[in-house]
Design a protein around this ligand. Structure first.
Ligand code: PLP
Length: 402
């Protein structure tokens, strides 16, 4: 007899918590572009959200040395004591905070750090306010935890400014957390320091956790400088800082991220981590110690290259009919508005992205994925030569749509 759960059919029942979330739309685009590339198609790929630079040599050496010295055993669940200390020291030096190792947890990337924090704090029905455009993962993690994402729409005409006064209008007695990301993926917007301070003050006044995702902290342009809200005196209560080695040190595959937060929250997150992943990979932790303690000379070199590409891609996009584009203040993405090009056959950004891939083999992520219809996200973590080729194709595509 067929079991009631349908285990022998393709329609077996999955847990509600996993049915509440969807596969990352950025991963879907990457997969479609990869399939074309595997067939030998020349794709102008603006999809990837990762540096195109290799991990700096001295960091790789530290990983290799760790293997050779057999540092391949379990480590303490929250990370090596030396790494937790190194992260606190680095954050204090670079971003003017004052955390102790007991307030630091090392996880399997920044994404895992966010997952641990949200799952440790959010109960069914709790509301989490997230400004849009947002990094695709935030709402899904909140939903997985049983919470309800509440979206604050910001405006491209205002450079996607997140205002404390706008956030305040969305706070209810059920609000448990606000998540901000500066510099932002996907818009590249940076929250001005005075506004950031108002956001923290609002959260503290309303007893709401503030999660600040700093994964792109060191990639800023023009007047914007690396900044952490944790540099403010008395900022620690209710503040969760999320950081990552992935972008700053071109270490996406090593999977090391961290949380800085009040010790009781770190203890709860460590408990959760102890029953799921345990420690992040030991050898990656040794490489991360070198990232935190060693030379940071490679960072300005990468930043200078991103800055050059940013100039080129913003100018190139602005020259395309029906496209407007803010100059991003940080990260390595541009987020042009292409809605003036919508038509009956191409009524939204998802349709534009699909046709761009089909007709011109250009891979971009539609703004809808980030809660911002009308836009496309292009990563400029790709060579100047590929940027120029992609711009040529985009120009041809949009010049022919009408
Ligand atoms: N936060 C933001 C805004 C990101 O864009 C990413 C990666 O794309 C992450 C966090 C997580 O990065 P990782 O898990 O590689 O540390």
């Amino acid at each position: 007899m067929e079991p009631a759960t349908g285990l022998k059919t393709a329609e077996f029942q999955l847990a509600d918590r996993v049915n509440r979330i969807s596969a990352s739309p950025t991963m879907v685009v990457l997969a479609a572009a990869d399939q074309l590339k595997a067939k030998g198609v020349d794709v102008a790929d603006f999809g990837p959200g990762e540096p195109d630079f290799p991990t700096p040599e001295h960091i790789k050496r530290a990983g290799i040395k760790a293997i050779e010295e057999n540092r391949t055993k379990y480590t303490p669940v929250p990370g090596l004591a030396a790494l937790r200390q190194a992260i606190c020291d680095w954050h204090a030096r670079e971003l003017k905070s004052s955390y102790q190792p007991a307030e630091c947890l090392v996880s399997v990337g920044g994404k895992h750090a966010i997952f641990n924090a949200v799952c440790s704090l959010i109960n069914a029905g709790d509301e989490v306010v997230i400004p849009a455009p947002y990094w695709v993962t935030y709402p899904d993690i909140v939903k997985y935890a049983g919470g309800r994402p509440v979206i604050l729409n910001t405006r491209g005409e205002e450079n996607f400014l997140v205002r404390a006064s706008d956030l305040e209008k969305l706070l209810t007695p059920r609000t448990r957390m606000v998540i901000v990301n500066s510099p932002s993926n996907p818009s590249g917007a940076v929250i001005p320091q005075d506004e950031f301070q108002k956001i923290l003050a609002l959260c503290q006044r309303k007893d709401v956790w503030l999660m600040s995702d700093e994964c792109y902290s060191h990639f800023t342009y023009g007047d914007a400088k690396p900044y952490s809200i944790a540099s403010l005196a008395n900022s620690k209560p209710g503040l969760i800082i999320i950081g990552s080695m992935s972008k700053t040190f071109a270490m996406t595959g090593w999977r090391i991220g961290y949380t800085l937060a009040p010790q009781p929250l770190i203890a709860a997150m460590t408990k959760l981590q102890s029953q799921s992943t345990s420690n992040p990979t030991s050898i990656a932790q040794y490489a991360a110690i070198e990232a935190m303690r060693g030379s940071m000379d490679s960072v300005p070199v990468m930043l200078a290259e991103y800055a050059r590409r940013r100039e080129r891609i913003v100018a190139g996009l602005r020259a395309i009919p029906g496209v407007t584009c803010n100059a991003p203040s940080g990260a390595f993405y541009v987020f042009p508005n292409i809605s003036a090009n919508f038509s009956k056959d191409m009524p939204n950004d998802t349709a534009v992205a699909k046709q761009l891939l089909e007709r011109e083999q250009v891979a971009v992520v539609p703004g809808e994925a980030f809660g911002a219809p009308g836009y496309l996200r292009l990563s400029y973590a790709t060579s100047m030569e590929r940027i120029d080729e992609g711009l040529r194709r985009l120009n041809r595509f949009f010049s022919n749509v009408k």
